[in-house]
Write a protein that binds this ligand. Structure first.
Ligand code: LIP
Length: 272
C-alpha cells in the first residue's frame, strides 16, 4: 500500500494513538481492577477499554481492515492489519509506575508500514513510516552513532515464556561485553529508546508482535539494525527480538544469540 491510502492510515494512526494515550492516562489515575493471565502477566480493565476504543475508531474509517490485539485477538481478515498493544508495560501500569505506553502498528501485504507509540505520562508520541523516517513528537530520531560498548546501555526484556537460566546467561554475556543492562517492563518503549539513541540495544528472547512491531519499524527508520523478527509465524506466535545501533550488532548478536541466522545469511550473501 502506498501514497494516499497509506497517508490516510498514517493520519488516523497518530490521531488514535494520541487519543488512546489520553484515555490510558485517565485510567491510570483511577483504582485498577487487575487480573492475572499467568505469573507476572497482568491484565487490567484499562487494557480492554483502550483496545476496544482503538479498534472502534479505526474500524469506522477502515471497515475492511483486520485487527490483531493483545486482549481481543484477531478481528477481520485481509492483508491490511492493525497490530495493537493497548497498554504495553501493564505490570507497571497495574502498580502505578508511569513507564507504560500504547503501541500500534500497521502492516499491508506482509510489509510493516506504520508504527506509533504514545507514552502519555511522558508527553511523548513516537511514530515511523516505512521509508519516511522516525519521529519523537516533531523531532527526527536517529540511533546512537558509533557507540562505545563500554558506555552502552542494553535493555534485556524478560519473559516468563523462556527459561530463567536463558535470561541470566544472556545478562552475563551482555555484561561481559562491557555494556550495562536494564529491564524496564515495556518492550515498545525499550525499542523506541533505541531508535531515539537513548539506549543502544533491546533484546528479548520471546516477545509478542503487538509489543514489538511499532518500535521495530522506528529502529529501522532511525538507522538501526534489527533481526528478522517477523520470520515464520511471529505475527501470531511472537519471536525473539534484537534491535540495536549498527555499531553494536556483531557484539550483541554474539552475546544474545539472537539474529545469528540473519547475520550468517547476510555474511553468506556478502561473500557470494
Ligand atoms: C510486556 C512487554 C515486555 C515484556 C513483559 C510484557 P505487556 O508487554 O512489553 O517486553 O518483557 O513481560 O510482556 O504485557 O505489558 O503488554
Amino acid at each position: 500500500m502506498r501514497g494516499a491510502e497509506l497517508d490516510t492510515r498514517e493520519e488516523a494512526l497518530v490521531a488514535v494513538a494520541r487519543e488512546a494515550g489520553e484515555l490510558a492516562a485517565r485510567l491510570f489515575s483511577q483504582p485498577q481492577s487487575i487480573k492475572m493471565k499467568g505469573k507476572q502477566d497482568f491484565v487490567t480493565a484499562a487494557d480492554g477499554e483502550v483496545e476496544r476504543m482503538i479498534v472502534a475508531r479505526l474500524k469506522t474509517q477502515f471497515p475492511n481492515d483486520a485487527f490483531l490485539g493483545e486482549e481481543e485477538g484477531v478481528k477481520g481478515r485481509g492483508d491490511a492489519i492493525w497490530v495493537i498493544d493497548p497498554i504495553d508495560g501493564t505490570a507497571n501500569f497495574a502498580n502505578r509506575i508511569p513507564h507504560f505506553c500504547v503501541s500500534i502498528a500497521f502492516m499491508s501485504a506482509g510489509e510493516l508500514a506504520l508504527g506509533a507509540i504514545s507514552a502519555p505520562m511522558y508527553g511523548e508520541i513516537y511514530r515511523a513510516r516505512l521509508g519516511k523516517g522516525a519521529f519523537l513528537n516533531d523531532r527526527a530520531m536517529r540511533v546512537a552513532e558509533k557507540p562505545d560498548i563500554r558506555r552502552a546501555i542494553v535493555e534485556l526484556g524478560w519473559s516468563s515464556r523462556r527459561p530463567v537460566r536463558a535470561y541470566t546467561q544472556m545478562v552475563e554475556r551482555v555484561l561481559a561485553t562491557g555494556a550495562t543492562f536494564q529491564r524496564a517492563g515495556s518492550g515498545a518503549l525499550g525499542l523506541a529508546y533505541v531508535a531515539d539513541g537513548r539506549t543502544h540495544g533491546y533484546c528479548e528472547l520471546h516477545i509478542n508482535s503487538w509489543d514489538t512491531l511499532a518500535g521495530l519499524l522506528m529502529v529501522r527508520e532511525a538507522g538501526g539494525w534489527t533481526n528478522d523478527f517477523l520470520a515464520g509465524e511471529a505475527l501470531q506466535r511472537g519471536n525473539a527480538v534484537l534491535a540495536c545501533a549498527p555499531g553494536l550488532k556483531e557484539a550483541l548478536v554474539a552475546a544474545t544469540g539472537v539474529g545469528q541466522a540473519n547475520a550468517d545469511e547476510q555474511l553468506k550473501r556478502r561473500m557470494s
